[in-house]
Design a protein around this ligand. Structure first.
Ligand code: C2E
Ligand code: MG
Ligand code: MG
Ligand code: MG
Length: 287
């Protein structure tokens, strides 16, 4: 299309396209070696139970420590890993490592692991999950797999079969970024998810705009009537937390409680959040 817009336009776009394409190629090459070079790690962000008023688990979040680029965020390399066929082995590494680490936590702590739609569609995905549980001896009840609505874009019969197999293993399934996908709500009718994760874009606006507030209220009530728990992601302010609690949301997660932390800080986070949560400003006033 750039060509049809004339030579001037073409020349105008070329350097930018070139730079991003080059960056992509470079990331692609490095990504193929990153696993053998041990450049990945998992960070963990607390999940907070609003009814029990205590920490109830962690979500594993993948980090790539690139020797030259520094920390590359997952949004920038996971889509590439999916395209070049690396998400299978990478996702397997995540599952194995996360399950192994979670066995050292108190047994009431759940582990949430993100699963890419491409990884989910691999014929051996269920075996990978079963393998990670068997090797680590983590109770399947403690594992929650986070998938997005995009898994339903392709063959829904296979998707449902995989979901049922996982559920039969005792693993829980959460729908991540709920409300941002393209698909219709019909998949909620065809499969009993355990949890809906209300996307942070709705959470952010719920205390400001009427539209988001109504959506949050509707999702929580939808979840409740379908027997699914709800979690609000991206909680950054006390106001958002109070709002979600008042709306009857079951769990919350966000920078207000904690940023994702390396594995070495997990024990401290559990100590800090196991007897309730005091916002930093309140803590400062108390001391
Ligand atoms: P997600 O699963 O929806 O994870 C939540 C993202 O929101 C994380 O970004 C987290 O750091 C960020 N976040 C948490 N609390 C807050 C908050 O209060 N405010 C804001 N603005 N952001 C918050 P992160 O770690 O960069 O991950 C981005 C996405 O990358 C994840 O979104 C997930 O889709 C994907 N991802 C991360 N780790 C993995 C993985 O191991 N496998 C796969 N397939 N995808 C992963
Ligand atoms: Mg997630
Ligand atoms: Mg999310
Ligand atoms: Mg997301």
């Amino acid at each position: 299309r750039a060509k049809m817009e004339g030579r001037g336009t073409w020349r105008f776009f070329e350097p930018a396209m070139d730079a991003s394409l080059q960056r992509r190629r470079a990331i692609e090459l490095d990504l193929r070696e990153a696993m053998v070079k041990d450049e990945f790690s998992l960070f963990y962000q607390p999940l907070y139970d609003l009814h029990l008023d205590r920490i109830c688990g962690f979500e594993a979040l993948l980090r790539w420590h690139h020797p030259k680029r520094g920390l590359v965020p997952p949004d920038q390399f996971i889509p590439i890993a999916e395209e070049i066929g690396l998400i299978g082995p990478l996702g397997e590494w995540v599952l194995n490592r996360a399950c192994e680490q979670a066995t050292t936590w108190p047994s009431e702590m759940k582990l949430a692991v993100n699963v890419s739609a491409v990884q989910f569609r691999d014929a051996d995905f269920t075996d990978v999950v079963v393998g990670a549980l068997a090797t680590s001896k983590l109770s399947p009840r403690r594992l929650e797999l986070e998938i997005t609505e995009s898994v339903f874009l392709a063959n829904s019969n296979e998707t449902l079969a995989t979901l049922h197999k996982l559920k039969a293993q005792g693993v829980r399934i959460a729908l991540d970024d709920f409300g941002t996908g393209y698909s219709s709500l019909s998949y909620l009718r065809s499969f009993p998810f355990d949890k809906l994760k209300i996307d942070k874009s709705f959470v952010r606006d719920a205390t400001a705009t009427h539209g988001s507030k109504s959506i949050v209220r509707a999702v929580i009530s939808l979840g409740r009537s379908l027997g699914m728990t709800t979690i609000a992601e991206g909680i950054e302010t006390v106001e958002q937390l109070d709002h979600m609690r008042a709306e009857g949301c079951n769990e919350a997660q966000g920078f207000l409680f904690s940023h994702p932390v390396p594995v070495t800080e997990i024990a401290a986070k559990i100590l800090e959040l196991r007897n309730g949560f005091k916002p930093a400003s309140v803590k400062a006033m108390a001391s």
